[in-house]
Design a protein around this ligand. Structure first.
Ligand code: IMP
Ligand code: MG
Length: 175
């Protein structure tokens, strides 16, 4: 079996997309503070770059979920494995995700976080695969819409590997 990597979104283009989302958030929350909640582990690179493009008073928190399934497909069962450690009541919360795929993770987290009574809850996803959606959800801030291809790099993994690649690449295996 051989594996193929093809660059889909090079690092310079990722940086442009992240900077644009940073400007949108800075504009939308002018004069207010925001709490960025990153979904581990995939969103950690996006969150760290995005945070530096937001010119507002900002705090961070992290949440972790597990979705059972194969290496490339989530099985539809989302489980919380690490909760945030700060109260979200009354805060402008921005949930930060690497990719919006079926929407199952976001639907699960939206319900969980809304129960904490934030002032607002917005959703930032670096990547969006609209053709894969199973739940009627959309992101408030999107970096790039992509086709139904499995991608790795810039935080995204295949069986925990390739998160450290600086570019977003399409990963495929030939039998
Ligand atoms: P959803 O619940 O189907 O929207 O999936 C969200 C999660 O699935 C993401 O946070 C990723 O961890 C994972 N995922 C979905 N598509 C990809 C991909 O193309 N590459 C790597 N991980 C992916
Ligand atoms: Mg993953």
């Amino acid at each position: 079996m051989s594996t193929n990597m093809r660059i889909l979104i090079p690092r310079e283009k990722i940086a442009d997309g992240v900077a644009r989302i940073g400007r949108e958030i800075t504009r939308d929350f002018a004069g207010q503070s925001v709490t960025l909640v990153g979904v581990l582990k995939g969103a950690c690179l996006f969150l760290s770059d995005l945070a530096r493009q937001i010119e507002l008073d900002a705090t961070f928190d992290f949440i972790a979920v597990r979705s059972y399934g194969t290496k490339k497909e989530s099985a539809g069962e989302v489980q919380l494995i690490k909760d945030v450690t700060t109260p979200l009541e009354g805060k402008n919360v921005i949930l930060v995700e690497d990719i919006l795929d079926t929407g199952l993770t976001f639907s699960f987290l939206q319900k969980l976080l809304m129960a904490r009574k934030p002032r607002t809850l917005k959703f930032a996803a670096l990547l969006d695969k609209p053709s894969r959606r199973q739940m009627p959800v959309q992101a408030d801030y999107i970096g790039f819409q992509i086709e139904d291809e499995f991608v790795v790099g810039y935080g995204l993994d295949y069986a925990e590997r390739f998160r450290n690649l600086p570019d977003i690449c399409v990963f495929s295996e030939d039998p």
